[in-house]
Write a protein that binds this ligand. Sequence first.
Ligand SMILES: [Zn+2]
Length: 455
Amino acid sequence: MKNVLKRNIRILLIVFCVMFTGLTVYLGYMVGVYGERWFVTPYNPRLNRMQANVQPGDILDRTGKQLYYSSGGKRTYMSGSGQRRAAAHILGDSDGMTYGAQTMFAKYLYGYDQGSVTRIVDLVSGNPRKGSDVMLTIDARLCETAYKALDGNRGAVVVMNYKTGEILASTSSPSFDPLRMEEFLEGGGESELVNRAFSGLYPPGSTFKIVSASALIHNGMADYKATCTGSTQIGGKTITCTGKHGDLDLKGALAQSCNVYFAQAATELGIDAIEREAAKFLFNTELLFDDVIMGQSVFNTALNDADNAWAAIGQHQDLVTPLHACMIAASIANNGVMMEPKLLYSVSGRNMLAPRAAAAVAADTQALKDMMIQAVKDGTGSAAAIKGVTVGGKTGTAEIEDKDGRAAHAWFIGFIDDDEHLLAIAVVMERAGSGGKHAAPAARRVLRKAIELGY
Ligand SMILES: [Zn+2]
């Protein structure tokens, strides 16, 4: 009896030790993975205490323009409500209601990154503590152009350098004026606080055909041909097209954005291959980037061929954030390497840019690049063409149905194929209709401004 009891106690002890070790490892893992984010939440009381005793550093754009800074002992935003609104979500607000730079980079702004020697010197000398200045990768002027290009529509624009991942512009509409936050909050708007560029999940529509085209190329179906008569039957249901495109190869199908071609090709290929390709492009993946918090894009398969065909042409339950859509276009321009998005340029003059690949989507994207260039030269994206440079892109007209009825989001994602202008862009305009008609010209306007500014 005694021995049984002893044995039970021993077993219990072992079980307890294993559980305790497991918990410790788990906690360590969670702190390692999420620690930075826990630190910057507005609910961190330590951060709040620090903020009371430190004069925070300034936030600058990449040209050195002060966006949010201290002047005469007071914190203030840049003048010019246009740029303030355009960059509002990137800057964030001082109450931490939006996850902007003020929240994401709090550890620098409040000097938490400074060495203990500096802190002790300040403490002993009685100098007021001053945080580090944070320079962002954005250009406020380009953000303003991007905001204007949305032309009053809800939506978002993101512009990136596709070799380094630097976000040159990001804007989200509707926006708010961070200088008049109190007024705004009294008005009771909430939708304005959402950064659609990073967190907005939209059906990608035909921009997703880039992923499907990539799947066809990498699974031996680059030479697939189909004939579009305006619609096709898949799994007993009708898939409609926007036109009657006739005989098409892959290049023609992408340039004309033919639903029939992609529905038939995807059905023949099988949805599993498309799903694998979507995963390579980082759909269904939790992404923990250093500088930005991005919503998770979604690709779901279905049990029937018709829904799967729609999934392959960017409908069904597909969802993508504008930032991710920009990264997809960027990865095609950057020979299959998708770069991690960067928002932090430097901290008190120290270069913080460490370009890092987020994914290798393909060994070679030349064929896809050529197809996207064709789509702008002689296809649905022609309104994005810019004289003097080679633009590649893909339009999307993503159909939605919600409480306000049926409508379509206008999309354009693309790039400039030029070593002098390493630019990728994503534009989405909610309920604006045709991507080729509305989003492509908006992208053109923003890219032209970026070139004019020397990017
Ligand atoms: Zn067609």
